[in-house]
Design a protein around this ligand. Structure first.
Ligand code: T68
Length: 839
């Protein structure tokens, strides 16, 4: 039983034998050797870098888990309000380096590994990224976990333990090819909890029963699948707090194994049933900002949400409080609409199982949940066919209809004259087929709804959720601008810059209070400081140049301006604008005399990112980038003046190498489409400048660092609608420079023109929805300003330093404090570093 605890008289023996973690080099080495020889069953005659990685990880894991245990004991004992962050994606990247830095024993490990015959940099690189996410949304969840632990909040993450994370991208003949990411072969960072399981039911029917004079709905299961917990310790930086990320894995439930079939000799088909249960957590859906309404995806969502809520409710019940105290003990944050069924599931638990009255239950539910929206793109808003929900979750559909009924009744009362309002805000869309609008359900079932950057939070209030602002008033809607953890994105990714900053900011405290970066500004004029800054940037570029050489064979000159765009490939993010701009640059260089060319600034255009496997246009964009690279990179007229690189398989660990090596990075989405963006923050924090549109967090970055330190271009979000309208209904003339680019592509300069005809047609014939032509001129002009600015290296470096000094706002610690205060109403749990046993 979970309650099993050692009786008082025997506890002395436990305390006497308490585990002491290593604190010095000798202790560390002992642990590594022990793990190599026992856990891994190897020896010094058979110990490669992978074994060294495994043993080092196990040594740190042992350490983390004792901290984890104490953190959990402390939180249980104090019994204060906890935060639960529900996210279908946690894009964690590598864990070992982060664990060493957060625990503060990296130097010990470095020295110990050296004595044992290994370089720590090589050991760290053996780790496979934990890539349980698509992009920004999943990485945000990972940064939030880091901040929650660092700030000592009692918080849990809940997600799915996918057997296959986001696919590995290979580039073959210039095309993306997807390869499965089987990452669980050896994962020292998870603890299977085979004793923590939940049976999850699907299908079946709902029956009415009368119990004690009361009619209740009983959902009889059609199928049961077991959820098994896997726990991942999340260490805070410079604190013993070690929180938990609980990932659920699916397994055939003991009850489901069909002995009838088995005994009748149908062994294969009973094993096939097992297999079917396991497919629920088998694979991460690889779409970002697109919903495709697959049944298995809905099964994933319910499986994960139901297991998590069961766990949360079980924990709450241990404290034997009344249900009305639930919202004082529990805050649940919905990371996008993916976990919205949690609202319905909690209402079901309270009404059907715990026997609460509907209104009382609903008050508890809505006080518990908060919902974060990450997009206004219509194709990304989740909707599920009513028939599918009915089939898979019959009781939940009834509850959704009841929630909608009561909601619409209240709307009708408040807006008796607006008949169309009910149709517009209904959780059920009266289409063919009928659909459940998950975002509306999330709004109705939460007490706060937030966007992720100011512009985005304003946009949701004036567009997709406008009616709901009328209904609930503006206070239900708020903004929490995204942030990033400076531990991973500065200290870990860019150790030399972090050290230089520490030398000017009075030590490492800035990693916990990023506003302390403002102390850098008084050193901007310091020549020696600028020189060291520039040297570090150069060294980071040399490191990236080596990676480019090793992976693509192309030699790039690290003295060139490195121009980087790395993120998921999507039309709204406009990698096509970037590559058209590159072609324009190439044509300009080709048209010059050799003497003119000598005066040009050498540039490397670096792209990276995955396309969703089913997103044909995004794959065409990747193909064009590679085709342009193939021509430009071997053109002897051009030489170092322009190189075009596509980096294969962009992921978190590659981002840690790329961000510190950029001079300028591109954040060039059509205004109003990128909710926030977070890589913009990573690049600036690492001493790179950015070129961008007035979109997402670019706007707030500009406000913080100053207009003279950013290259903004393009149309504004308020003009987008009119421009689109004009394209469709007026005459649409294409920018003349862009037209030349298109003509060159059509001449076959970059391979078979037919391959790229759809990309060109999207602009010329199909209304240029993403405003590529409208923004092209401004984009090209702004890149010329970038060139000019880069020529003055001294001033460029000054801009970089000034920008970094003003980036304090964008730490995810600030986000978490805002969520805690404005949405969750939770407080950190003070930690006594010296007490080992007691809270
Ligand atoms: C991103 N969204 C936003 N979605 O695009 C980005 N979507 O502007 C923002 O900074 C970031 O969220 C954090 O707020 C995503 O990354 C997805 O990955 C996604 C995944 C599945 C379904 C829909």
């Amino acid at each position: 039983s979970v309650e099993a605890s050692i009786p008082e008289p025997q506890r002395e023996a436990w305390k006497r034998n308490q585990i002491t973690s290593f604190t010095d080099k000798d202790g560390f080495e002992k642990e590594v050797v022990r793990h190599v020889e026992t856990t891994l069953a190897r020896s010094m005659f058979n110990c490669d870098e992978i074994a060294a990685y495994s043993a080092t990880s196990l040594a740190f894991r042992d350490r983390l888990i004792t901290h984890w245990n104490r953190t959990q004991q402390r939180q249980t004992y104090r019994d204060t309000k906890r935060v639960y962050y529900l996210s279908l994606e946690f894009l964690m990247g590598r864990a070992l380096d982060n664990a060493m830095l957060n625990v503060g024993l990296k130097n010990v490990a470095q020295d110990g590994l050296a004595e044992l015959g290994f370089r720590i940099e090589d050991v760290v690189k053996q780790e496979h990224d934990a890539a349980l996410g698509n992009g920004g949304l999943g990485r945000l969840a990972a940064c939030f976990l880091d901040s929650l632990a660092t700030l000592n909040f009692p918080a849990w993450g809940y997600g799915l333990r996918y057997r296959y994370g986001i696919f590995k991208q290979e580039i073959i003949d210039g095309y993306q090819v997807e390869v499965p990411d089987y990452w669980l072969d050896f994962n020292p960072w998870e603890f299977p909890r085979h004793d923590v399981t939940v049976d999850i039911q699907f299908f079946g029917q709902v029956n009415k029963k009368t119990v004690g004079g009361k009619t209740i709905s009983v959902w009889e299961a059609g199928e049961i699948v077991q959820a098994v917990a896997y726990d991942v310790p999340i260490p805070g930086y410079d604190t013993p707090t070690t929180n938990n990320l609980r990932l659920w894995s699916s397994k055939a439930s003991g009850g489901e194994f069909d002995f009838q079939k088995f005994n009748s000799g149908d062994y294969e088909s009973s094993v096939a049933d097992q297999q079917r249960a396991e497919t629920i957590s088998a694979v991460l859906y690889p779409n970002d900002n697109l919903e495709r309404g697959k049944e298995l995806r809905l099964k994933q969502q319910y499986f994960w949400v139901a297991a998590s809520l069961y766990d949360i409710v079980r924990r709450f019940k241990k404290s034997r409080r009344s249900w009305n105290e639930f919202p004082d003990q529990v805050a649940i944050q919905l990371n996008d609409t993916h976990p919205t069924l949690a609202i319905v599931e909690l209402q079901r638990i309270l009404v059907d199982i715990e026997g609460l009255e509907w209104d009382n239950a609903w008050e508890i539910v809505t006080s518990t949940f908060g919902y974060t929206n990450h997009t206004v793109l219509p194709e990304a808003l989740e909707k599920w066919p009513v028939g599918l929900v009915q089939h898979l979750l019959p009781r939940h559909l009834q509850i959704i209809y009841d929630i909608n009924l009561f909601f619409l009744q209240s709307v009708e009362k408040a807006f008796p004259d607006d008949r169309d309002m009910l149709r517009r805000v209904s959780i059920i869309e009266e289409s063919q087929p009928k659909m459940v609008r998950m975002a509306f359900l999330a709004i109705v079932g939460s007490h706060k709804v937030n966007g992720v950057a100011e512009l985005h939070s304003d946009l949701i209030k004036t567009t997709i959720f406008k009616d709901f602002v009328e209904i609930y008033g503006p206070d239900k809607f708020t903004n929490v601008t995204n942030g990033i953890t400076p531990r991973r994105w500065l200290h870990q990714a860019n150790p030399r810059l972090s050290e230089l900053i520490a030398s000017k900011c009075g030590g490492n405290d800035f990693l916990k209070d990023l506003t302390l970066l403002n102390q850098l500004e008084k050193h901007v004029e310091d020549k020696q400081f600028r020189k060291e800054w520039a040297e570090i940037k150069y060294a980071n570029k040399v490191r990236l140049a080596k990676h480019i050489k090793d992976t693509t064979g192309v030699v790039v000159n690290p003295a060139s301006l490195f121009d980087v765009q790395v993120k998921r490939i999507h039309e709204y993010k406009r990698q096509q604008l970037n590559i058209f701009g590159v072609i324009h640059r190439y044509l300009s260089l080709k048209a010059m005399t050799p003497d003119q060319r000598k005066k040009q600034l050498p540039r490397v255009s670096i792209f990276g990112g995955k396309a969703a496997p089913g997103y044909w246009m995004a794959k065409q964009i990747i193909h064009l980038i590679n085709s342009v690279g193939a021509v430009v990179n071997k053109d002897e007229d051009i030489g170092d003046l322009l190189k075009v690189i596509f980096l294969e398989d962009y992921n978190v660990s590659k981002a840690e190498m790329i961000c510190p090596a950029s001079d300028i990075s591109e954040h060039i989405s059509t205004a109003g489409t990128e909710a926030s963006g977070t890589s913009n923050m990573k690049f600036v924090l690492n001493g790179g400048l950015i070129i961008g549109t007035c979109d997402g967090a670019n706007i707030e970055i500009t406000r913080e660092i100053g207009e003279s330190n950013i290259f903004l271009f393009g149309n504004l979000s308020e003009d987008v609608e009119d421009l689109r309208h004009a394209h469709t209904y007026g005459s649409h003339t294409i920018d003349s420079d862009l037209d030349k680019v298109f003509n060159e592509i059509e001449k076959g300069t970059f391979g078979t023109p037919h391959d790229f005809s759809a990309m060109i047609a999207a602009v010329r014939q199909h209304g240029d929805y993403y405003l590529v032509s409208d923004d092209f001129h401004s984009y090209i002009e702004t890149h010329q300003l970038v060139d000019e600015a880069y020529r003055n290296q001294d001033e460029w470096i000054a801009k970089c330093i000034t920008s970094v000094s003003r980036m304090g706002f964008f730490t995810s610690d600030r986000c978490i404090n805002e969520y805690a205060e404005e949405i969750w109403n939770v407080e950190p749990l003070a930690v006594d570093r010296h007490s080992i046993w007691g809270p």
